[in-house]
Write a protein that binds this ligand. Structure first.
Ligand code: FAD
Length: 374
């Protein structure tokens, strides 16, 4: 029997897309989000075609594209800004969609939040799940605010440090991959028309993407620095120091950052939970089940694909546990391929002299194979 009442835990990209996909298929959906405010952080995200396809399937693509910047190219540059090569990027969402769009994360999340509310999802903020008790037919949930509920399916979409994962006894922890990232939102230089990446400089890599008509997102991939720097307000002077040595448009962006620029700094982590990602009628998806270094910009796309497929299978005619097994069979190899290739790219960026290292090849092979249906 298809699920009728579903609890989604976590209102990020995964949880929001899942709420929409379930509600559109007639399920009664509740969302609990631990944060008392529900909005996206302010830096950029690269949405590849398969992410755009998922957004189209839940009806928010037009709103996202009204501000995002679509492009079908990527340029690779030397550290001084000289052009190495220009690649056209595969249309992983189908030929009718742009291959890529750069977006401000908060624009994306606003579009998702508004749509979730408009679809009648019961949204509760500032709380989480305290306890779960399962029978073969349902899950009883006790929330941290003392309330309770009974559901046909509970989905943990609570991110890479998922508490839901732990609550159902999955023992998996994210691990650092050996690189960190500085991120800023900056004014978009007039010449910026697509994502560009700078190789061969003093750090692992620098790059940027346009994310709105007047904004861009710039980043620097570096070795892991002191953990006390981690957070949304890392020192701008440190970014200026670490990013010195990159020229071209990247150098121009760095030089023009105002002193009050918010610099987000974090170590990059990865995780892949062994199958199955569910225990009975409780499942984790999105970053709670798999997270990759953002070197192919496929993390959120994998999350959205999870959400759309899970909603489709869980509201189909199969018994729930069978639907969840089917979900695993459809998702695992695709997610693993993206994770392994992203880790390979991270390793080559950390060790650029590795014999046979060929980032452009692995990147385009990955995107080509993702062009096949999810
Ligand atoms: C540096 C970096 C750059 C990236 N760039 C890209 C990119 O360009 N393109 C791309 O496709 N992907 C990118 N990704 C990956 C992408 O950001 C993630 O895969 C995606 O945002 C994960 O979404 P999520 O909803 O699964 O998790 P999250 O975004 O972590 O959302 C989890 C939500 O659950 C809530 N929550 C947490 N704990 C609880 C709890 N106990 N109870 C209730 N709620 C809870 C949180 O508050 C949050 O709202 C990047 C990742 C990183 C780290």
């Amino acid at each position: 029997m298809p699920v009728q009442k579903v609890l989604v835990v976590g209102g990020g990209i995964t949880g929001s897309v899942l709420c929409l996909a379930l509600a559109q298929r007639g399920a009664e959906v509740e969302l609990v989000e631990i944060s008392p405010q529900w909005f996206g952080v302010g830096h950029g995200i690269t949405l590849q075609g398969n992410a755009l396809k998922a957004l189209r399937s839940v009806g928010v693509l037009d709103r996202v594209l009204a501000r995002a910047v679509p492009f079908d190219l990527m340029r690779l540059r030397r550290a001084d800004g000289g052009l190495l090569t220009e690649l056209s990027t595969p249309h992983t969402g189908g030929p009718e969609l742009p291959s890529t769009a750069g977006a401000l994360r908060s624009d994306l999340q606003d579009a998702l939040c508004d749509a979730v509310r408009a679809h009648g999802v019961r949204v509760r903020l500032g709380l989480s799940v305290e306890r779960l008790d399962q029978t073969p037919d349902h899950v009883d949930v006790a929330f941290t605010d003392g309330t309770t509920g009974r559901y046909d399916l509970v989905v943990g979409a609570d991110g890479i440090n998922s508490a839901m994962r732990e609550l159902i006894g999955i023992d998996a922890k994210p691990r650092p991959v050996g690189m960190s990232i500085f991120r800023v939102v900056a004014e978009r230089p007039a010449e910026m028309d697509c994502a560009e990446v700078y190789y061969g400089g003093p750090r692992f890599k620098a790059g940027y993407s346009p994310i709105s008509p007047d904004q861009c997102y710039a980043y620097l991939l570096d070795e892991n620095l002191d953990t006390t720097l981690i957070g949304p307000r890392a020192p701008l002077d440190l970014l200026r120091e670490r990013g010195a040595g990159y020229g071209g448009t990247w150098g121009k962006i760095l030089a023009s950052l105002p002193d009050d620029t918010a610099v987000d700094y974090r170590w990059i982590e990865a995780i892949l939970v062994d199958e199955p990602w569910h225990r009975g009628r409780v499942m984790v998806i999105g970053d709670a089940a798999h997270a990759c270094p953002p070197l192919i910009a496929q993390g959120a796309a994998m999350c959205m694909e999870d959400a759309v497929l899970l909603a489709e299978l869980a509201t189909g005619d199969e018994p729930t546990e069978k639907a969840l097994d089917h979900f695993m069979a459809r998702r695992l190899s695709r997610v693993r391929m993206v994770l392994e290739n992203s880790l390979q790219l991270a390793d080559w960026e950390i060790h650029p002299d590795t014999p046979g290292a060929d980032p452009a090849r692995i990147m385009s092979e990955t995107l080509d194979s993702l062009t096949a249906a999810a």
